[in-house]
Design a protein around this ligand. Structure first.
Ligand SMILES: [Zn+2]
Length: 340
Protein backbone atom coordinates (compact mmCIF):
# COMPACT_ATOMS: atom_id res chain seq x y z
CA UNK A 1 0.00 0.00 0.00
CA UNK A 2 1.24 3.45 -0.86
CA UNK A 3 2.08 5.44 2.23
CA UNK A 4 2.47 9.18 2.64
CA UNK A 5 4.81 10.48 5.31
CA UNK A 6 4.68 13.83 7.08
CA UNK A 7 7.61 15.31 9.02
CA UNK A 8 7.10 17.86 11.77
CA UNK A 9 8.92 18.99 14.92
CA UNK A 10 7.93 21.01 18.01
CA UNK A 11 11.07 23.15 17.64
CA UNK A 12 9.17 24.97 14.86
CA UNK A 13 7.23 26.67 17.67
CA UNK A 14 10.40 27.89 19.42
CA UNK A 15 11.58 30.16 16.59
CA UNK A 16 10.25 33.28 18.32
CA UNK A 17 9.76 36.15 15.90
CA UNK A 18 7.49 38.26 18.13
CA UNK A 19 4.86 40.33 16.32
CA UNK A 20 5.68 39.10 12.85
CA UNK A 21 3.58 37.54 10.09
CA UNK A 22 5.88 34.50 10.07
CA UNK A 23 5.10 33.21 13.55
CA UNK A 24 4.47 29.95 15.38
CA UNK A 25 0.70 30.26 15.03
CA UNK A 26 1.11 29.24 11.38
CA UNK A 27 2.27 25.75 12.38
CA UNK A 28 -0.30 25.53 15.19
CA UNK A 29 -3.10 26.32 12.71
CA UNK A 30 -1.89 23.82 10.11
CA UNK A 31 -1.42 21.06 12.68
CA UNK A 32 -4.80 21.72 14.24
CA UNK A 33 -6.54 21.49 10.85
CA UNK A 34 -4.70 18.29 9.97
CA UNK A 35 -5.24 16.83 13.45
CA UNK A 36 -8.99 17.37 13.17
CA UNK A 37 -8.87 15.22 10.05
CA UNK A 38 -6.69 12.54 11.66
CA UNK A 39 -3.72 13.83 9.63
CA UNK A 40 -5.47 12.46 6.51
CA UNK A 41 -4.07 9.06 7.40
CA UNK A 42 -0.48 10.19 6.76
CA UNK A 43 2.31 8.61 8.77
CA UNK A 44 3.35 11.51 11.05
CA UNK A 45 6.98 11.50 12.23
CA UNK A 46 9.37 13.77 14.10
CA UNK A 47 11.98 15.24 11.81
CA UNK A 48 15.65 14.85 12.77
CA UNK A 49 18.04 17.79 12.94
CA UNK A 50 19.96 18.23 9.70
CA UNK A 51 23.70 17.68 10.03
CA UNK A 52 26.27 20.35 9.22
CA UNK A 53 27.35 18.24 6.28
CA UNK A 54 23.82 18.23 4.86
CA UNK A 55 23.35 21.99 5.29
CA UNK A 56 26.92 22.58 4.11
CA UNK A 57 26.06 21.24 0.66
CA UNK A 58 24.33 24.55 -0.10
CA UNK A 59 25.65 27.02 2.53
CA UNK A 60 29.26 27.88 3.40
CA UNK A 61 30.36 27.03 6.97
CA UNK A 62 30.61 30.75 7.86
CA UNK A 63 26.89 31.19 7.18
CA UNK A 64 25.95 28.22 9.36
CA UNK A 65 28.28 29.42 12.13
CA UNK A 66 26.92 32.97 11.99
CA UNK A 67 23.32 31.77 12.47
CA UNK A 68 24.32 29.47 15.32
CA UNK A 69 26.33 32.19 17.07
CA UNK A 70 23.53 34.73 16.83
CA UNK A 71 20.99 32.26 18.26
CA UNK A 72 23.31 31.20 21.08
CA UNK A 73 23.97 34.83 22.01
CA UNK A 74 20.25 35.30 22.58
CA UNK A 75 19.12 36.18 19.07
CA UNK A 76 18.78 39.40 17.12
CA UNK A 77 17.93 41.00 13.82
CA UNK A 78 19.56 39.83 10.59
CA UNK A 79 17.67 42.33 8.47
CA UNK A 80 14.43 44.29 8.82
CA UNK A 81 12.35 41.17 8.07
CA UNK A 82 14.51 38.40 9.43
CA UNK A 83 15.36 37.71 13.04
CA UNK A 84 16.36 34.84 15.29
CA UNK A 85 15.71 33.90 18.91
CA UNK A 86 17.56 31.33 21.03
CA UNK A 87 15.15 28.61 19.83
CA UNK A 88 15.68 29.44 16.17
CA UNK A 89 18.80 27.30 15.89
CA UNK A 90 17.00 24.03 16.70
CA UNK A 91 14.02 25.11 14.60
CA UNK A 92 16.24 25.79 11.59
CA UNK A 93 18.10 22.50 11.97
CA UNK A 94 14.85 20.53 12.06
CA UNK A 95 13.28 22.53 9.22
CA UNK A 96 16.22 21.51 7.04
CA UNK A 97 16.21 18.02 8.58
CA UNK A 98 12.55 17.55 7.69
CA UNK A 99 13.35 18.11 4.01
CA UNK A 100 16.26 15.68 4.23
CA UNK A 101 14.17 13.05 6.03
CA UNK A 102 11.38 13.43 3.47
CA UNK A 103 13.89 12.73 0.69
CA UNK A 104 15.29 9.74 2.60
CA UNK A 105 11.81 8.27 3.06
CA UNK A 106 11.03 8.74 -0.64
CA UNK A 107 14.20 7.01 -1.79
CA UNK A 108 14.62 4.37 0.89
CA UNK A 109 11.18 3.15 1.88
CA UNK A 110 9.11 0.84 -0.27
CA UNK A 111 5.67 2.18 -0.98
CA UNK A 112 6.40 5.77 0.07
CA UNK A 113 5.73 7.97 -2.96
CA UNK A 114 4.82 11.19 -1.21
CA UNK A 115 6.37 13.03 1.76
CA UNK A 116 5.81 16.45 3.30
CA UNK A 117 7.97 18.61 5.56
CA UNK A 118 5.92 21.13 7.55
CA UNK A 119 8.23 23.39 9.53
CA UNK A 120 9.29 26.96 10.05
CA UNK A 121 11.36 28.99 9.44
CA UNK A 122 10.75 28.74 5.69
CA UNK A 123 13.78 28.54 3.41
CA UNK A 124 13.52 29.63 -0.21
CA UNK A 125 14.85 33.18 0.28
CA UNK A 126 18.05 32.05 2.07
CA UNK A 127 20.97 32.61 -0.28
CA UNK A 128 24.16 30.57 0.09
CA UNK A 129 25.77 33.17 2.37
CA UNK A 130 22.83 35.30 3.48
CA UNK A 131 19.71 34.73 5.56
CA UNK A 132 16.84 36.95 4.42
CA UNK A 133 13.10 37.14 3.90
CA UNK A 134 12.21 35.19 7.09
CA UNK A 135 14.54 32.35 5.89
CA UNK A 136 17.72 31.01 7.51
CA UNK A 137 18.65 27.85 5.58
CA UNK A 138 17.43 26.79 2.13
CA UNK A 139 15.38 23.80 3.25
CA UNK A 140 14.14 22.65 -0.15
CA UNK A 141 17.60 23.17 -1.69
CA UNK A 142 19.14 21.11 1.11
CA UNK A 143 16.61 18.36 0.31
CA UNK A 144 17.46 18.46 -3.40
CA UNK A 145 21.19 18.43 -2.73
CA UNK A 146 20.69 15.47 -0.41
CA UNK A 147 18.80 13.52 -3.08
CA UNK A 148 21.76 14.03 -5.43
CA UNK A 149 24.59 13.43 -2.94
CA UNK A 150 23.12 10.62 -0.84
CA UNK A 151 20.72 8.88 -3.21
CA UNK A 152 22.35 9.29 -6.60
CA UNK A 153 19.54 11.36 -8.10
CA UNK A 154 20.73 12.70 -11.47
CA UNK A 155 18.07 15.36 -11.86
CA UNK A 156 15.71 17.05 -9.41
CA UNK A 157 12.84 19.35 -10.33
CA UNK A 158 11.95 22.01 -7.76
CA UNK A 159 8.66 23.79 -8.43
CA UNK A 160 8.17 26.85 -6.23
CA UNK A 161 4.60 28.20 -6.11
CA UNK A 162 5.15 30.61 -3.20
CA UNK A 163 4.00 34.08 -4.32
CA UNK A 164 7.53 35.45 -3.78
CA UNK A 165 10.45 34.52 -5.99
CA UNK A 166 12.64 31.83 -4.42
CA UNK A 167 15.81 33.85 -4.87
CA UNK A 168 17.79 31.59 -2.55
CA UNK A 169 17.03 28.36 -4.40
CA UNK A 170 17.55 30.27 -7.66
CA UNK A 171 21.03 31.39 -6.54
CA UNK A 172 22.07 28.01 -5.14
CA UNK A 173 21.44 26.10 -8.37
CA UNK A 174 22.00 28.94 -10.84
CA UNK A 175 24.95 27.32 -12.61
CA UNK A 176 23.84 23.67 -12.36
CA UNK A 177 21.81 21.48 -14.67
CA UNK A 178 21.13 18.70 -12.15
CA UNK A 179 18.42 20.83 -10.51
CA UNK A 180 15.74 22.44 -12.65
CA UNK A 181 14.38 25.31 -10.58
CA UNK A 182 11.02 26.58 -11.72
CA UNK A 183 9.26 29.42 -9.91
CA UNK A 184 5.92 31.14 -10.44
CA UNK A 185 5.76 34.40 -8.51
CA UNK A 186 4.09 37.79 -8.41
CA UNK A 187 6.14 40.55 -9.99
CA UNK A 188 6.89 43.19 -8.98
CA UNK A 189 7.10 42.03 -5.37
CA UNK A 190 9.73 41.24 -2.71
CA UNK A 191 12.56 40.33 -3.21
CA UNK A 192 12.55 41.84 -6.72
CA UNK A 193 14.46 38.99 -8.36
CA UNK A 194 13.28 36.32 -10.81
CA UNK A 195 12.67 38.12 -14.11
CA UNK A 196 11.79 35.88 -17.05
CA UNK A 197 15.21 36.74 -18.51
CA UNK A 198 17.01 34.99 -15.62
CA UNK A 199 17.43 31.50 -17.08
CA UNK A 200 20.54 30.38 -15.20
CA UNK A 201 24.18 30.61 -16.24
CA UNK A 202 26.97 28.48 -17.66
CA UNK A 203 26.09 24.79 -17.36
CA UNK A 204 22.88 25.91 -15.69
CA UNK A 205 21.63 27.98 -18.61
CA UNK A 206 18.02 26.97 -19.30
CA UNK A 207 17.69 25.18 -15.96
CA UNK A 208 16.31 28.18 -14.11
CA UNK A 209 12.78 28.89 -15.24
CA UNK A 210 11.21 32.06 -13.89
CA UNK A 211 7.51 32.64 -14.46
CA UNK A 212 6.64 36.13 -13.14
CA UNK A 213 2.93 36.96 -13.10
CA UNK A 214 1.19 40.25 -12.26
CA UNK A 215 -0.61 40.98 -9.01
CA UNK A 216 -4.25 39.89 -9.22
CA UNK A 217 -3.37 36.60 -10.94
CA UNK A 218 -5.60 33.79 -9.74
CA UNK A 219 -6.34 30.11 -10.29
CA UNK A 220 -6.57 30.37 -14.09
CA UNK A 221 -3.10 31.88 -14.46
CA UNK A 222 -1.39 29.65 -11.90
CA UNK A 223 -3.02 26.42 -13.11
CA UNK A 224 -2.29 27.29 -16.74
CA UNK A 225 1.41 27.74 -15.99
CA UNK A 226 1.49 24.38 -14.21
CA UNK A 227 -0.39 22.53 -16.95
CA UNK A 228 1.21 24.17 -19.97
CA UNK A 229 4.71 25.06 -18.79
CA UNK A 230 5.78 23.14 -15.68
CA UNK A 231 4.35 19.75 -16.71
CA UNK A 232 5.80 19.77 -20.26
CA UNK A 233 9.15 20.86 -18.77
CA UNK A 234 9.00 18.00 -16.28
CA UNK A 235 8.29 15.46 -19.03
CA UNK A 236 11.23 16.75 -21.04
CA UNK A 237 13.63 17.01 -18.09
CA UNK A 238 12.67 13.57 -16.72
CA UNK A 239 13.70 14.19 -13.10
CA UNK A 240 14.25 11.45 -10.51
CA UNK A 241 12.40 13.50 -7.91
CA UNK A 242 10.06 16.46 -7.79
CA UNK A 243 10.06 18.80 -4.79
CA UNK A 244 7.39 21.42 -4.24
CA UNK A 245 8.51 24.61 -2.54
CA UNK A 246 4.98 25.17 -1.34
CA UNK A 247 4.07 28.61 -0.04
CA UNK A 248 0.47 29.74 0.34
CA UNK A 249 0.84 33.50 0.16
CA UNK A 250 -0.55 33.62 -3.41
CA UNK A 251 -3.90 32.95 -1.69
CA UNK A 252 -6.57 35.61 -2.22
CA UNK A 253 -6.84 36.04 1.56
CA UNK A 254 -3.12 36.43 2.19
CA UNK A 255 -2.12 39.81 3.65
CA UNK A 256 1.41 40.00 2.18
CA UNK A 257 0.76 39.84 -1.56
CA UNK A 258 -1.85 40.55 -4.20
CA UNK A 259 -2.58 37.29 -6.00
CA UNK A 260 -6.03 35.67 -6.02
CA UNK A 261 -5.43 31.91 -5.80
CA UNK A 262 -8.17 29.98 -3.95
CA UNK A 263 -8.12 26.75 -1.97
CA UNK A 264 -9.31 25.00 -5.13
CA UNK A 265 -6.40 26.50 -7.07
CA UNK A 266 -3.87 25.03 -4.65
CA UNK A 267 -5.70 21.68 -4.73
CA UNK A 268 -5.57 21.81 -8.54
CA UNK A 269 -1.86 22.60 -8.69
CA UNK A 270 -1.17 19.78 -6.24
CA UNK A 271 -3.28 17.36 -8.27
CA UNK A 272 -1.47 18.30 -11.48
CA UNK A 273 1.91 17.78 -9.85
CA UNK A 274 0.74 14.48 -8.33
CA UNK A 275 -0.32 13.37 -11.83
CA UNK A 276 3.06 14.45 -13.22
CA UNK A 277 4.98 12.44 -10.63
CA UNK A 278 2.75 9.42 -11.33
CA UNK A 279 3.24 9.75 -15.07
CA UNK A 280 7.02 9.88 -14.61
CA UNK A 281 6.91 7.19 -11.88
CA UNK A 282 8.95 9.36 -9.51
CA UNK A 283 8.49 10.33 -5.86
CA UNK A 284 7.20 13.73 -4.81
CA UNK A 285 8.13 15.80 -1.76
CA UNK A 286 6.50 18.95 -0.43
CA UNK A 287 8.32 21.53 1.71
CA UNK A 288 6.37 24.36 3.37
CA UNK A 289 7.39 27.94 2.58
CA UNK A 290 5.21 31.03 3.26
CA UNK A 291 1.52 31.68 3.79
CA UNK A 292 0.34 34.23 6.36
CA UNK A 293 -3.43 34.09 6.64
CA UNK A 294 -3.87 31.33 9.19
CA UNK A 295 -7.26 30.08 7.97
CA UNK A 296 -6.35 30.16 4.27
CA UNK A 297 -2.97 28.61 5.00
CA UNK A 298 -4.30 25.69 7.01
CA UNK A 299 -7.15 24.97 4.57
CA UNK A 300 -4.82 25.14 1.58
CA UNK A 301 -2.16 22.88 3.12
CA UNK A 302 -4.94 20.40 3.91
CA UNK A 303 -6.27 20.28 0.34
CA UNK A 304 -2.71 20.07 -0.99
CA UNK A 305 -1.95 17.01 1.13
CA UNK A 306 -5.33 15.51 0.21
CA UNK A 307 -4.43 15.75 -3.47
CA UNK A 308 -0.82 14.66 -3.05
CA UNK A 309 -1.69 11.66 -0.88
CA UNK A 310 -4.64 10.46 -2.97
CA UNK A 311 -4.37 6.91 -4.26
CA UNK A 312 -5.03 8.35 -7.70
CA UNK A 313 -4.32 11.93 -8.70
CA UNK A 314 -7.64 13.81 -8.52
CA UNK A 315 -8.73 14.79 -12.01
CA UNK A 316 -8.48 18.45 -12.92
CA UNK A 317 -10.89 19.76 -15.58
CA UNK A 318 -9.22 20.97 -18.79
CA UNK A 319 -6.97 23.93 -18.09
CA UNK A 320 -7.15 26.57 -20.84
CA UNK A 321 -3.90 28.03 -22.13
CA UNK A 322 -3.62 31.49 -20.61
CA UNK A 323 -1.92 34.17 -22.77
CA UNK A 324 0.81 34.56 -20.11
CA UNK A 325 1.55 30.84 -20.12
CA UNK A 326 1.62 30.88 -23.93
CA UNK A 327 4.16 33.70 -23.82
CA UNK A 328 6.24 31.69 -21.33
CA UNK A 329 6.15 28.68 -23.67
CA UNK A 330 7.34 30.82 -26.59
CA UNK A 331 10.12 32.34 -24.51
CA UNK A 332 11.29 29.01 -23.13
CA UNK A 333 11.34 27.30 -26.51
CA UNK A 334 14.88 28.64 -27.01
CA UNK A 335 16.09 26.27 -24.30
CA UNK A 336 13.24 23.73 -24.37
CA UNK A 337 12.23 23.15 -27.99
CA UNK A 338 9.57 20.67 -26.85
CA UNK A 339 7.56 23.62 -25.51
CA UNK A 340 7.31 25.26 -28.93
ZN1 LIG B 1 6.33 34.00 0.17
Amino acid sequence: MAVSVLFRHPSSLEHDTGAHPENARRIVAIERALGERDWLGWDVRLSPAATREQIGRVHPAEHIDRIERLCRRGGGMIDLDTLVSPGSWEAALHAAGGAVAAVDALFEEDGVRCAASLHRPPGHHAEPGQAMGFCLFGNVAIGAAHAIAAHGAQRVLIFDWDVHHGNGTNAIFHERDDVLFCSIHQSPLYPGTGPASDVGRGAGEGYTVNLPVPGGSGDAVFLSHVEHVVRPLARRYAPDLVLLSAGYDAHAEDPLAGCRVTDAGFAGMAALMRATADELAIPLGMVLEGGYDLAALSRSVLVTLEALGAAQAPSVPGVPLDPLALRAQERLAAHWPALA
